[in-house]
Design a protein around this ligand. Structure first.
Ligand SMILES: Nc1ncnc2c1ncn2[C@@H]1O[C@H](COP(=O)(O)OP(=O)(O)OP(=O)(O)O)[C@@H](O)[C@H]1O
Length: 258
């Protein structure tokens, strides 16, 4: 069911239809259609250069699509900027490089660009610190709102990025390689967090090269190849070998032919 849409009883949170983006001659994302349902974790995998990051950048509004339509809760929408994605559509993006400001405190990062103000002018620091503390507690984190982000571990920084999704009650959280920069001992924490977010009804799109992480948390696994969806797999009784086989099937075919 390549480039297909799963049969589902619920209305999709996000429907993507015919999404296309080229860079010069390269079709980075080529006519991709996908539904993401409420409370679902969608794993996105594929070889280097398959188009995963470009696909995410179109959802978050960082790159402009050439073609295609988005429907959010059944209504046609545009993803014109990261701000629109966040504010209007309640989509939060947690990046590979995190895009946090290392010199600022945890609470300042958590509210970056969406500061709480008194009378619309003065920053309401106590309120933001208190809200950040509450979210960090929910995440079972020892990090304090006043800690400087640059002094935190990779895993803790990941938590700060994710805390934004909780602070602003995002519906969809897009994660690009959330376990790439953190120690093995912390990976289980991030995966548990993803499961908790799902249990809380959030939808998650997760890109990862760590196939074992994808198998641990994903409900469905979307395999990208050459800018297209090669396959969508329901995560039942799948092994890493199964995923590798689908990801690299063109290579094995070529090998067999030569
Ligand atoms: N800004 C850009 N300018 C030109 N080409 C780009 C740009 N961004 C991506 N590409 C090209 O688009 C294709 C898809 O790249 P993309 O980064 O989306 O793949 P990916 O699946 O995320 O790869 P990786 O797993 O290595 O991060 C590649 O051929 C890449 O070289």
């Amino acid at each position: 069911m390549s480039n297909d849409v799963a049969k589902h009883e619920k209305t999709p949170l996000l429907s993507i239809r015919g999404l296309t983006k080229s860079f010069g001659q390269i079709k980075a994302v080529d006519n991709v259609s996908l539904d993401v349902f409420p409370g679902e974790v969608v794993g996105l995998i594929g070889d280097n250069g398959a188009g995963k990051s470009t696909f995410l950048s179109l959802l978050s509004g960082y790159n402009k699509k050439d073609r295609g339509d988005f429907y959010y809760k059944g209504e046609k929408v545009s993803f014109s900027s990261p701000r629109t994605s966040r504010r209007n559509l309640k989509i939060e993006m947690v990046y590979q490089n995190l895009s946090l400001a290392p010199d600022l405190a945890v609470w300042q990062n958590a509210f970056l660009g969406e500061e709480v103000r008194r009378f619309g002018v003065f920053l309401n620091a106590p309120k933001m610190i208190e809200k950040t503390a509450r979210v960090l507690k929910t995440l079972n984190s020892k990090v304090r709102p006043t800690d400087q982000v640059g002094a935190l571990s990779g895993g803790e920084q990941q938590l700060v990025a994710i805390s934004r999704a909780l602070l602003f009650s995002r519906d969809l959280i897009i994660m690009d390689e959330p376990t790439a920069a953190i120690s093995v001992s912390k990976i289980a924490d991030v995966l548990k967090l993803i499961k908790d977010l799902k249990a809380d009804g959030k939808s998650i799109i997760l890109v990862s090269h760590r196939l074992e992480d994808i198998l641990t948390v994903a409900d469905r696994i979307v395999v990208f190849a050459h800018g297209k969806i090669r396959d969508i797999l329901v995560n039942q009784n799948l092994s890493i070998e199964d995923l590798v086989r689908v990801m690299f099937q063109d290579r094995s075919v070529k090998k067999g032919e030569s």
